[in-house]
Design a protein around this ligand. Sequence first.
Ligand code: GDP
Ligand code: GDP
Length: 466
Amino acid sequence: MSFTLAIVGRPNVGKSTLFNRLVGKRLALVDDQPGVTRDLREGEARLGDLRFTVIDTAGLEDATDDSLQGRMRRLTERAVDMADVCLFMIDARVGVTPTDEIFADILRKRSAHVLLAANKAEGAAADAGVIEAYGLGLGEPIRLSAEHGEGLNDLYSQLMPIADDFAERAAQDAPETEVEIDEDVDFDEDGEEIAATPVPTAAKPLQVAVVGRPNAGKSTLINKILGEDRLLTGPEAGITRDAISLRIDWDGTPMRIFDTAGMRKKAKVQEKLEKLSVSDGLRAVKFAEVVVVLLDAAIPFEQQDLRIADLAEREGRAVVVAVNKWDVEEHKQEKLRELKEAFDRLLPQLRGAPLVTVSAKTGRGLDRLHGAILRAYDVWNRRISTAKLNRWLIGMLEQHPPPAPQGKRIKLRYMTQAKTRPPGFVVMCSHPDKMPDSYTRYLVNGLRQDFDMPGTPIRLTLRSQN
Ligand code: GDP
Ligand code: GDP
């Protein structure tokens, strides 16, 4: 996963000029149809050896009247929420304007990483403006000339550490094709490996996606968590209801929450947008560490719910199932039994995932949801020592010996945990190709139960060793 950079700032400061310079002809997506509010351009950028996605908020007229100001603000907020890093651009020849101050304010509140660029900085005429830019309190301005290609080195050196950070995270999250055994493990005095769950911090908030079919109550839930009406609803809802993310502190846990409320609603506009919207949802799941599948208690486990839950599992995310609108449920006990039964039957791949009942409307159950998210994250990061695993394996083999296809018993020799996020295990065995799926499932279910790992996908790979 590479990172996404949004270039933001008032009209005419030179955002498009920089965008074009970074992207060249590699424009991935242009959608400037009026009325569909897709006025963000996205492209694949290159800067030295860096590759990243860049979003441009250009295409706005000068915002003089109120409606345009509002539109500009919303568009910028959306870009900020989609991005990992924001490059805030001012015009060094003009200096800092009141509109720039408004932007700076949005960014300070909403973005994790902000870089500041003073553009049009070729020549001495820009000196005063560059100095003024320091006053924005967003760090040292990059002296840039997008038009003449000056200052790109400075931009590069400010982006480098961020890119490294993302590369590191991508390495942790990489889907396992070939399993590497992770040697980088700490041991305690008994030779047991120490399992340390990374704690979410402000710099690395826990990434949560809230997914579910339209009307499940995703926006209501997120609004309730936020405690304010920040996600817009009403006629202009389409504008903000894409996959966007919000940085919040939920009962002391820093989180970045992805809302995919618009995922399907928007799809009605046209086929092309449907693809974009679905990929937004997909992106939210890919980005998330914990996926909250929000169901409507009145119509749980619809096709769309099942598909997204399955997707989250295949992507290796921790999953929490939340059943919403519990306030209107009359026969709660009976309903809960039904739900659990349906869950195990319809989503066996997520067996044991936490099922929490909530009311987004009244706020009931949100504490439990918070707890379930943290626990799921913890399990997802779980590391089990090799010694424990092999003791466990012996017991499993005794209880239920592996099959002997064509009279040759498959021998399971040794097992280790190769990765976390989600937990991945490697079993060395003879004839891995002959191992029936049922036996692999027996091991996976056993791991889940004996090591108490609900709500996370568990990967088990067989490797040949005679
Ligand atoms: P945007 O509205 O922020 O996307 O701004 P544009 O990229 O459309 O640029 C606005 C104007 O500023 C254009 O006329 C550009 O040619 C000009 N411009 C952009 N970058 C520079 C620069 O580095 N130096 C100078 N002198 N002009 C620039
Ligand atoms: P979204 O499409 O998933 O974002 O769903 P919304 O948040 O827009 O909610 C859809 C409808 O369900 C709205 O009319 C909400 O008021 C209602 N709703 C959401 N949560 C609850 C809840 O916990 N209880 C009840 N009774 N209604 C809810």
